[in-house]
Design a protein around this ligand. Structure first.
Ligand code: TYC
Length: 104
């Protein structure tokens, strides 16, 4: 292989540095409301956030009592997709369930 020259070598090094940056993580929370059923929230926690049935019930009751609860921790794109999915499934059922993300 030919020597790519110092300019190209430098741009390869810059790209490697950028790609080595560790991903940022985001906490995804479920918010309480007065209309979404407890069963639906448990269903979301089991099926979208892969919680066991007892853990899903525990988190749902925590949100019901405290207003907000951690559903999971994900990289940005995964967190955004989970939130979109929750909002789509909820609005399809006519529930106002809201899900938010906060950088760790
Ligand atoms: N507060 C709702 C009720 O009493 C239940 C609920 C729990 C709603 C958690 C949203 O994220 C939520 N039916």
């Amino acid at each position: 292989m030919e020597d790519p020259g110092s300019e190209q070598r430098e741009s390869i090094e810059v790209k490697e540095r950028q790609e080595l940056k560790p991903p940022s993580f985001y906490n995804v929370f479920l918010l309480n409301d007065d209309y979404t059923t407890m069963d639906f929230v448990v269903h979301i926690l089991e099926n979208i956030f892969h919680k066991s049935p007892p853990e899903a019930t525990r988190i749902m009751l925590h949100v019901h009592k405290n207003g907000k609860g951690l559903a999971g921790i994900f990289t940005r794109e995964i967190a955004e997709t989970k939130i979109e999915t929750v909002h789509e499934l909820a609005s399809h059922k006519g529930f106002p369930l809201k899900c938010t993300m906060e950088k760790e």
